[in-house]
Design a protein around this ligand. Structure first.
Ligand SMILES: [Zn+2]
Ligand SMILES: [Zn+2]
Length: 869
């Protein structure tokens, strides 16, 4: 691209233009029949529920970095995008939308409601796709998939039938997590626990013979209406004599037995527990062992049923209140204690879960888990960081059957049919025309849908067209890396591994890269339902997509979850500006020079190339080890503090003697390639502007330099250190910025000769003259460096009026006094027992650091002051 080089960088115009251009060119669609090695990622499909959060941006950004990095390694990179129909989540948001319009889904009917959700899904798929493009993600949209599209429907039904016919899917009556708001069963993994302040109510159950009471404690008194026994431990001396007797259930006047069961803990609470088999998982098991009746007192909607007697028709919490009041007035409430409980809530709508007995479809997971555990153990699938393997093993080794049915309308309908003529129940991949048993035509399909994860767990191969043996499936499966937050290790990652082995006989990916989660200032995960994520598109508007990407990455070191701060996004913006401005400077110097390594590099050029070689090698290794954060910091430091701070300055000086700037242009070109995975837009723009390649930067290559550069050049290192030290001394002494100075050094012959020959570079510290000395001049300032000593003789500056020695001595003495009193006050703190025992660790260690740095500074000031005498 030609034209003037704009003075300031305008991310918006450039980013929008490039994302359109990439899309039009089909840049991210791998060529057909390329023989290069593949690198494939499938996106964790975002839910079609709404806009992206910062968490999504980070998750996708990491994938994009890997995809672009591997493309720069010469691989055939493919990133398959798509979205999740997200059964319950989407149904909830559409129900809420209807509610705002004063409508109910029942009024629309099942088909009408599904139509409505499809409309929502289509609209949001388009929005989410545009958002991904705006962020510069290198996804191949020609391969976009949706977890409810035709191919996925076929994959889901194939898998269901396979497991059903194998006897791994069954219908069972179990206590499930029921959400009374969403009106469906949900899996354990979809419930979240919140600590809440509740109560423990102690209720007296009278013995039938009038000889006394047994007291039970409960946090859910409304369930007592469904009690069918009270259980005690068989060895409990307190209750031993009462086993086999009967109690009168208060409020219901039902006769219930006192039974003995080993699971009751003698020392917990009163040692006696009420048993409600319909509404509690462990009570259900006690009930099965003792053949107790199961009485349902709470409905699907959280309302008390007919069986709840006088409380029938009341909401569960209203019933709770009434029951407690009635017990109290009857003198059957022994006491009420505040109690911190961990409340299970629906992760979608935050309604308190009601455990209840329900007939649902379950998948047996135990046999599926075995090869999946083995594959992680033997390294077939690598986990990064490795520590997540423990969580994975723990869950997989204790894996429970998976409740896969949901009482929803939006989702994959369960492909099980019942023949109305002969009663045969069967699963079918295609819509069946007749009963395979009696050829009857009257068939009824199960009304429920499958858990949304029942399609997501097939994602890595279903997006490639499985169960058909498509070209994509043969060419791009198994995939390379899965990028995921650790929070869905059970819900998704583990299940995909199991599905991969069961249905394709292979691991679905070679490695899993678990990244940290971004949290808000309160430490909460950013989520749509909490509404605590800053709008990423607002940040893009203000700072640009590149800045947002780079800034976000800088807050995510690999080990712990991080708190969001907008300051980091500004760091990203500043880096983009630095990149732009330095490129612009080189553009103004280039005079037709081409980016290339010169045949006869100067020591300065060699040094710059050596720094580049090391950065390119180390950053590549870090990215390969999935440490994208450290690689970014390394590239950033190289570009800003080695290339811009020194390389560019050397280049400007050499250019004055007509030295071509090819080496600097080469470093810029290589830097663009290294920064590209992180900041794709600005790097592509500059790449075009400089005409660095005939193709897009995305298809170019990661820099790799000859081995000879690995050694570097210690003489240039010494020059850099010397300029830095002299600049520091000038600042310490307040020497006028324009004052030229001379410097005395005590170094070896070679280095002295080198510095003499490269005097023009010492201009960077305004050094005019360089002398050799063995003795320290007076008055002077000085510094000791690994390769020798340098002195700044001061008498000339004094006589030229560039330095007032007396004023400088007074200033330094005052500064020393101030430091001494600071050091003294810190010392007093450390002598104070109270401070040491009460102050938090971080305060104590901060004080120690202050003490350290002040002491060092004081030593340096005394040295300076000594030199001025
Ligand atoms: Zn819910
Ligand atoms: Zn039949």
């Amino acid at each position: 691209m030609q034209g003037e080089f704009p003075k300031t960088y305008d991310p918006k115009g450039i980013e929008e233009r490039l994302s359109e251009a990439w899309e039009k060119e089909g840049l991210f669609t791998p060529p057909r029949g390329d023989r290069a090695e593949n690198y494939v990622i499938v996106i964790p499909p975002p839910n079609v529920t709404g806009k992206l959060t910062l968490g999504h941006v980070l998750d996708n950004e990491l994938q994009d970095i890997l995809v672009r990095f591997h493309s720069l390694q010469g691989k055939n990179a493919l990133w398959v995008p798509g979205m999740d129909h997200a059964g319950i989540a989407t149904q909830v948001v559409v129900e809420k939308k209807l509610a705002r319009e004063g409508k109910k889904k029942e009024e629309l009917g099942r088909d009408g409601f599904i139509e409505e959700v499809w409309r929502w899904a289509r609209e949001h798929r388009a929005i989410i796709r545009r958002q991904h493009e705006r962020l510069g993600f290198a996804a191949d949209w020609s391969r976009e998939r949706f977890t409810l599209d035709e191919g996925l429907v076929r994959a889901v039904r194939t898998v269901f039938k396979h497991l059903y016919d194998k006897g791994l899917i069954y219908r069972g009556l179990r206590i499930v997590n029921w959400c009374p708001r969403c009106h469906t069963a949900i899996s354990n993994e979809e419930t979240e626990y919140e600590t809440e302040q509740g109560y423990l109510w102690y209720i007296k159950y009278p013995l039938e013979d009038g000889s006394g009471f047994i007291t039970v404690a409960t946090t859910r008194p409304e369930t007592m209406l469904g009690d069918t026994a009270v259980a005690v431990h068989p060895e409990d001396e307190k209750y031993k004599a009462l086993i086999g007797k009967y109690l009168t259930l208060p409020l219901m006047n039902r006769r219930i037995p006192v039974i003995a069961d080993e699971v009751v803990e003698k020392d917990f609470g009163t040692g006696a527990v009420k048993v409600t088999p319909y509404h509690d998982a462990s009570d259900f098991e006690i009930g099965e062992r003792h053949k107790l009746a199961k009485i349902r007192v709470i409905s699907d909607k959280g309302v008390m049923t007919e069986a709840a007697g006088a409380y029938s028709g009341k909401d569960r919490y209203a019933a709770r209140k009434a029951i407690v009041a009635d017990l109290e007035s009857q003198g059957l409430l022994e006491k009420t204690e505040p109690y911190r409980l961990s409340a299970a809530k629906c992760s979608r709508c935050h309604t308190v879960i009601e455990p209840l007995l329900s007939e649902q479809w379950f998948a047996k997971m135990k046999t599926l888990a075995e090869p999946a555990i083995k594959a992680v153990r033997d390294g077939t699938i690598g986990f990064y960081p490795e520590r997540w393997r423990n969580l994975y093993y723990h869950w997989m080794e204790n894996i429970q059957d998976w409740c896969i049915s949901r009482q929803l309308w939006w989702g994959h309908r369960i492909p099980v049919y019942t023949c109305k003529s002969c009663g045969k129940v069967f699963a079918s991949i295609d819509e069946p025309m007749m009963c395979p048993g009696c050829s009857g035509k009257a068939l009824e399909q199960d009304p429920d849908v499958l858990d949304t994860w029942f399609s997501s767990w097939l994602w890595p191969f279903s997006v490639m067209g499985w169960p058909e043996e498509t070209d994509d499936f043969k060419r791009f499966y198994p995939t390379s890396t899965l990028v995921s937050g650790w929070d869905i290790i059970y819900l998704w990652v583990a299940r995909m591994i199991m599905a991969g082995f069961e249905f394709t006989g292979q691991a679905p990916f070679n490695q899993v890269f678990f990244h940290v989660m971004i949290r808000d200032e309160k430490g909460r995960k950013m989520s749509k339902s909490l509404g605590n994520s800053p709008d990423p598109f607002d940040l893009i508007e203000r700072y640009g997509a590149d800045a947002l990407r780079f800034g976000l990455l800088l807050i995510t070191p690999k080990e712990q979850d991080v708190l969001y701060s907008e300051e980091r996004i500004k760091v990203g913006r500043n880096f983009a500006n630095k990149l732009w401005n330095s490129a612009r400077l080189l553009d103004s110097l280039r005079d037709g020079d081409k980016a290339a390594i010169p045949d006869d590099p100067t020591p300065m050029e060699f040094w710059m190339l050596a720094r580049l070689a090391r950065t390119a090698r180390d950053a590549r290794e870090l990215i390969e080890a999935h440490d994208l954060y450290s690689a970014a910091k390394m590239i950033y430091t190289f570009f800003w503090h080695e290339f811009c701070d020194w390389g560019l300055e050397f280049t400007k000086i050499a250019k004055k003697d007509a030295r071509p700037i090819s080496a600097a242009l080469y470093v810029l070109k290589a830097s663009l390639a290294m920064i590209h995975p992180y900041m794709p837009f600005i790097t592509e723009e500059l790449w075009e502007r400089f005409g660095f390649g005939s193709s897009r930067l995305y298809k170019d290559s990661w820099p790799q330099l000859e081995d000879k550069y690995s050694a570097g050049d210690a003489r240039v290192d010494a020059l850099v250190e010397m300029v830095t030290a002299v600049r520091t001394m000038r600042a310490e002494l307040g020497i006028a910025p324009d004052a030229k100075i001379s410097v005395s050094i005590n170094v070896g012959d070679d280095l002295y000769r080198f510095l003499q020959e490269h005097m023009k570079y010492l201009e960077l510290a305004k050094i005019e003259k360089l002398e050799r000395t063995k003795a320290k001049p007076h008055p002077s300032s000085g510094a000791v460096l690994p390769w020798g000593e340098i002195y700044l003789p001061l008498s000339e500056l004094v006589s030229a009026g560039k330095l007032n020695l007396q004023a400088e001595r007074t200033r330094l003495s005052k500064e020393l006094e101030k430091l001494a009193s600071e050091i003294e006050s810190i010392k007093r703190k450390f002598e104070n027992e109270e401070f040491l025992s009460n102050a938090p660790d971080e305060i104590v260690s901060r004080e120690r650091e202050r003490q350290d740095s002040y002491t060092k500074k004081a030593a340096r000031l005394s040295e300076l002051l000594e030199g001025l005498k």
